[in-house]
Design a protein around this ligand. Structure first.
Ligand code: S3P
Length: 169
């Protein structure tokens, strides 16, 4: 089984993927980590040195590489992965996709302390973050909602989210 977790930055993809990996006894891969290892650079440095378009190409080729092998795994994507080219179509064809849906206040409270690590929001003023996320999520939700399973994550412990996902598989 290939299970793919997707959703906006800060929705909890890594934490849920970790818990799912333990519950289902499946290997876990994080697409950003995979890209960082392949490039020998952090995501922030890839954006800084080569720009977003370069990152998106790398992201798509890495996604295909992983979805095309025979391994079973849980793959957590970057927040933008489903929203470029025909990535979402490919994800749905080759895996079971799960959207972790978080509301704007949840995302703001989780992302405020971590802005610096994330190139797309690093330069947004704290007071503008909610508006930025609102607009960005509006553009991206259309892609996220194409996932086979959607789970709302607000105010839920990771294990509750994980159990809900397992029940819907
Ligand atoms: C991005 C999200 C990040 C990372 C990159 C771009 C995005 O991953 O891939 O900074 O476009 O939303 P996380 O969602 O794991 O933070």
């Amino acid at each position: 089984m290939k299970l793919v977790l997707l959703g906006y930055m800060g929705c909890g993809k890594s934490a849920v993927s970790n818990a799912l990996s333990n519950s289902l006894n499946l290997k876990r891969i994080d697409l950003d980590d995979y890209i960082e290892t392949k490039e020998g650079k952090t995501i922030a440095d890839i954006f800084k040195d080569h720009g977003e378009i370069y990152f998106r190409k790398l992201e798509t080729s890495s996604l295909l590489e992983l979805l095309d092998n025979d391994e079973a795994f849980i793959l957590s994507l970057g927040g933008g992965t489903p929203c470029f080219g025909n990535n979402m179509e490919i994800i749905n064809k080759k895996s079971t996709a799960v959207y972790l849906s978080a509301n704007i206040p949840t995302l703001v409270s989780r992302l405020l302390p971590e802005k610096a690590k994330r190139p797309l929001i690093a330069r947004i003023e704290d007071e503008d973050l909610a508006e930025f996320i609102g607009k960005h999520l509006f553009e991206r939700r259309h892609f996220y909602l194409q996932a086979k399973i959607a789970v709302s994550v607000d105010d839920k412990p990771v294990q509750v989210i994980t159990d809900e996902i397992i029940k819907s598989l």
